[in-house]
Write a protein that binds this ligand. Structure first.
Ligand code: KG4
Ligand code: ZN
Length: 381
């Protein structure tokens, strides 16, 4: 089964051809440089860039895969969650191509795509991935922070999620307040590596709540207050052009940076990152205990996916804390952030295992974007 997949949920225009769970091509046109100066994704710019690049990206995906329209069985497209006017571009293109080539459309939840990024293989069927259901998925990105129990393919129960900011958003806001550019996660991680994570005390949000929900807005405020207290309100002069300089690998070893101020900034980054990750560790552990004690569900596999899963400190902490778990990450670099490959693989599993998958051929006019689309959930008994 060959699927052409499209994702235009946020600020990446992407198309892919998959064969079953193998990604044959995965073209991503990142618009990040157009959004950077605004410190985040701007919907109207995203829409305009999607419209401009979508045809090229789709043509390239087919060409790289060496597949012609005749061989395509389905068109998969992200229906949500995402930015309404951005999603619309992908959905309209899917409808246009479906009419032209008479192919059914499969509507996919973007979050399900992120889960399947860890179960996707390359064109040679690599890597070998072993897992058993039920598994736990921790989705951490610029827009989401969710802990999901996956009972089987396309069978989910959301256990907990952030009640305010997403973890990636929090990294971005802390970085922005230090004038470190966007996206903030990678810069904070680099600085944190050189800092002392115990230098400053920040508290883990929701640590004492009995549920599995999370929060990042309070941690952001705590960190911004710390920055102002330590550096005053005019600290951004110290970090001017920091992010572009950080691209030079030797910059951080540079003696100019070993000033008091730069030590404080590195220590703030490390102290913040430690607590941001700690909240995830605590809620994951709580989930495993609750599932076992209340529902007699033993989980052996944990998927960690989304842009923030690229963080090496986070990876190390999860591996050290959950030694008995089989932890699965997206199987290639491209699969961490938004891409159509994961949407195609999610479509393949939906078509095979989900009798209620959303397939449109005759009734395409019913297909519309759903900016806050939720995963279809089951009840835990
Ligand atoms: O998955 P993604 O593209 O976002 C959404 O689809 O929402 O991930 C982008 C997010 C940004 O917030 C970025 O700062 C964060 O992932 N990120 C990181 C790292 N690399 C990217 N956060 C922490 N550490 C990193 N190394
Ligand atoms: Zn995403």
């Amino acid at each position: 089964m060959y699927i052409l997949a499209i994702d235009t949920s946020c600020d990446e225009t992407s198309a892919s051809v998959v064969y079953q769970d193998r990604i044959l091509s995965n073209i991503i046109y990142s618009q990040i440089k157009f959004h950077t100066q605004w410190g985040g994704c701007v919907p109207s710019i995203a829409k305009r860039m999607h419209l401009e690049y979508i045809d090229t990206v789709i043509d390239l995906a087919l060409r790289r895969a060496g597949i012609k329209w005749d061989n395509i069985d389905y068109i998969a497209v992200t229906q949500g969650p995402g930015l309404a006017i951005a999603l619309e571009v992908g959905i309209n293109k899917a409808k246009e191509l479906s009419n032209k080539y008479q192919k059914p459309i499969v509507a996919i939840n973007h979050m399900e795509g992120h889960i399947y990024s860890a179960l996707s293989k390359n064109s040679l069927g690599q890597p070998t991935i072993s897992y058993t259901f039920p598994l736990l998925a921790l989705l951490i990105s610029g827009g989401h922070t969710e802990l999901i129990l996956m009972i089987n393919h396309s069978v989910y129960k959301i256990l907990g999620k952030t009640l305010d900011d997403a973890i990636g958003e929090c990294f971005d806001k802390v970085a922005r307040s230090l004038n470190l550019g966007y996206p903030g996660g990678p810069v904070i991680e680099k600085l944190a590596r050189l800092g002392d994570e115990n230098a400053y005390t920040l508290t883990v949000p929701m640590a004492n709540s009995n549920d599995l929900n999370m929060s990042y807005s309070g941690l952001k405020t705590q960190t911004l207050n710390l920055i102002t207290n330590l550096l005053g309100s005019d600290f951004s002069i110290y970090t001017k052009n920091f992010s572009s300089k950080l691209k030079n690998k030797n910059y951080l070893q540079n003696s100019n940076l070993n000033s008091n101020i730069s030590k404080i900034i590195k220590d703030i980054a490390a102290s913040f990152q430690k607590i941001a990750v700690k909240q995830l560790l605590m809620k994951t552990e709580k989930s495993l205990i609750l599932l076992q004690e209340k529902y007699n569900i033993k989980v052996n596999d944990l998927i960690i996916a989304g842009g923030v899963a690229q963080n090496k400190y986070l990876k190390k902490m999860f591996k050290n804390t959950f030694k008995d778990l089989n932890i699965l990450f997206p199987t290639s670099k491209k699969l961490f952030t938004d891409n159509a490959g994961m949407v195609g693989v999610a479509a393949y599993f939906n078509l095979n295992f989900n009798q209620n998958s959303f397939v449109y051929l005759e009734n395409k006019e019913n297909l519309d974007r759903v900016p806050n689309l939720k995963l279809t959930e089951i009840k835990l008994e």
